[in-house]
Design a protein around this ligand. Structure first.
Ligand code: AGP
Length: 609
């Protein structure tokens, strides 16, 4: 995810923009840049690396008289990290400057049209089409805001955009679709940013832009229009709560609700710039430095804890089935004590949302002098685990504040699927189908989340039970494990998961009318076998909530309640089934009036062994 900051006011614009960019670096960064505009000159300074790397050039050449600036921290999606690809990007004639967070899906078409019209491009980014497209319309429109709006209407994809124009040093032009953008109301100044963290130190009065809205932001006023309804809109600034967390919550009651809702965009963010259907390309920049070593890996040991461990179990099935490499998944807290043989052709893969989990760090430390390849699937950029590994793939899920991990699991499974595809080098018959389906998952997951009301009704119906069983086979088994973890760590209800095939080996003894089961029975080769487990449970009066594939009739005849997910590949069904159980656990907890985001006895990052 990239970060955007802009300032227009009575003071020098450089400082608030640079400070804002530094506050956004948690979103990931590989390069940064700033453009200042004053009636004397426009100046763009951009540099690969952290925001810090801009400071020497700003100290030397920066225009401290400029009262208008926009800045950007970039996490590469289109185009490698480089000075040329860093934002702000400008039009060919250097009069329009743009920073952008998101992805312009039709940028190739727009770029070709603009090139035909004589525009020159210097970067590999999708963003560079935006200033040139505005310029293209400005030729006929003369009014910059009209040209800006026409250009925005041509864009497809997700964006938060801030643009400035050399001939109008008093305005920042912004637009939003699917990527957040907030306007901060300061004392004789206005700020724009990707999120409130960037401007909290200057103002707590903010206006969140909505999808399809554009705005002209001047130091003393803001004009907002809804591009789709074609009307002017206005709304009062809201007062950010005293602490950042509440500000971050936006319209949600809990961070967990927000982070579950971010599931579709989380899968998109974990895929952006990595999966290309045209050409069937899986590009994992973070593994390119160890590409030669990966060719000799004949065994992978995954180490992780909690939710990350369950994501690792899904990854085991994915990598073995798609890449044909044997995988073993171990609890990091147990791995430390094992005396297992480790050949040089074994790689260790650590999975961690926080990148600071002590047990997982200890696992990496254990193999430090084994001379083996250490890989990471980490969410927190620059964290300890990220720095301890030789290479890795970031999750790009953004900050996960609720103690119970939700969107991070989706990001981890998405990245593990990408790693499986990458390691298969296109040889697997599953390569194209999984690549294609991954790109469709966000929309499919949206249809699952639209059932929130139905899931909440189930949570209210089942919230009084003291025990719960979760069962599944194949990819549904690690999904069941994660579903049980969510319920127990949030609602304190005893919940455990078993491979459905294990029922006869003991767990069936638990079942009676007081012991409900969450049965994961998506369409696939294992459907009938799991259905027979449900029959055994029903024969003992056990209540059953089932997750089934839309259109399946046989499950509804057996289960007491069913939540349907869209048809999908077996390999990717965890990305649709687990959010159902996340929502179920969330609503049970809400209706039990417990602390959703901070369950008792737990910490977000377990930094002690
Ligand atoms: C998940 O809901 C838990 N909060 C916990 O199990 C967590 O997944 C585990 O502590 C691992 O954390 P990490 O991913 O940051 O390493």
């Amino acid at each position: 995810m990239c970060g955007i900051v802009g300032y227009i006011g009575n003071s020098s614009a450089i400082t608030p923009v640079i400070e804002g960019l530094e506050a956004l670096e948690y979103r990931g960064y590989d390069s940064a840049g700033i453009t200042t505009i004053s009636d004397k000159k426009t100046l763009t300074i951009k540099q690969i690396g952290r925001v810090d790397s801009l400071k020497p050039a700003i100290d030397q050449d920066g225009d401290k008289t400029a009262k208008l600036a926009i800045g950007h921290t970039r996490w590469a999606t289109h185009g490698v990290p480089s000075n040329t690809n860093a934002h702000p990007h400008q039009n060919t004639s250097g009069t329009i400057f743009v920073v952008h967070n998101g992805i312009i899906e039709n940028y190739q078409t727009l770029r070709a049209m603009l090139k035909k019209d004589g525009y020159k491009f210097v970067s590999e980014t999708d963003t560079e089409v935006i200033p040139n497209l505005i310029d293209y319309f400005l030729k006929a429109e003369k009014d910059f805001f009209s040209a800006f709006k026409l250009a925005i209407k041509e864009l497809e994809g997700a964006y938060a955009i801030a643009a400035v124009y050399a001939n109008d040093p008093d305005s920042i032009f912004v637009a939003r679709l699917s990527s957040p953008l907030v306007i901060g109301v300061g004392e004789s100044a206005h700020y724009v940013a990707s999120d409130a963290t960037a401007i909290m130190q200057h103002t707590k009065k903010v206006v969140y832009l909505n999808d399809y809205e554009v705005a002209v932001v001047k130091k003393a006023k803001v004009h907002i229009e809804d591009l789709r309804a074609n009307i002017n809109t206005s709304r009062e600034a809201q007062e950010l709560e005293h602490d950042l967390e509440t500000a971050e919550l936006g319209q949600y009651e809990h961070f967990m609700a927000k982070e579950i809702d971010e599931g579709p965009q989380t899968i998109q963010s974990a895929s952006r710039g990595r999966l290309r259907l045209d050409g069937n390309i899986v590009k994992l920049g973070g593994l390119e430095s160890v590409e030669a070593q990966l060719k000799y890996i004949d065994r992978i040991v995954i180490v992780a804890c909690g939710t990350s461990y369950y994501a690792g179990l899904v990854g085991e099935y994915l990598i073995e089935e798609i890449a044909g490499i044997p995988v073993e998944v171990e609890l990091a807290s147990e791995f430390k004590y094992r005396h297992e043989p480790f050949s040089r052709s074994t790689a260790l893969l650590a999975i961690s949302q926080s990148g600071e989990t002590a047990d997982t760090i200890a696992a990496l430390k254990k193999v430090e002098d084994y001379g083996v390849l250490r890989l990471g699937v980490v969410n927190a950029v620059g964290s300890t685990i990220a720095r301890m590994t030789d290479a890795g793939v970031y999750c790009h899920a953004g900050p996960e504040r609720s103690v119970a991990s939700t969107k991070a699991f989706l990001a981890q499974v998405t990245v593990l699927a990408e790693i499986a595809l990458y390691l298969s080098q296109g040889r697997s018959l599953l390569y194209k189908p999984v690549l294609k389906e991954l790109l469709q998952l966000p929309d499919k997951l949206k249809t699952v989340l639209e059932q929130a009301e139905k899931i909440e009704a189930l949570a209210k119906k089942y919230r009084h039970y003291r025990d719960f069983l979760y069962i599944g086979r194949g990819y549904a088994y690690p999904s069941a494990l994660e579903g049980a973890l969510k319920l127990k760590e949030l609602s304190y209800i005893h919940a455990e998961a078993f491979a459905a095939g294990e029922m006869k080996h003991g767990p069936l003894a638990l079942i009676d009318e007081h012991f409900p089961t969450f049965a994961l029975i998506p369409d696939g080769d294992l459907l009938e076998k799991t259905l027979s487990n449900v029959q055994e449970i029903k024969a003992r009066s056990g209540p059953v909530i089932a997750i089934a594939t839309k259109g399946n009739k046989s499950v509804a005849r057996l289960a007491d309640d069913v939540i349907y997910i869209p048809p999908s590949l077996e390999q990717l069904q965890p990305l649709l089934m687990v959010p159902v159980m996340q929502l179920f656990a969330y609503y049970v907890t809400v209706h039990k009036q417990l602390d959703v985001d901070k369950p008792r006895n737990l910490a977000k990052s377990v930094t002690v062994e």
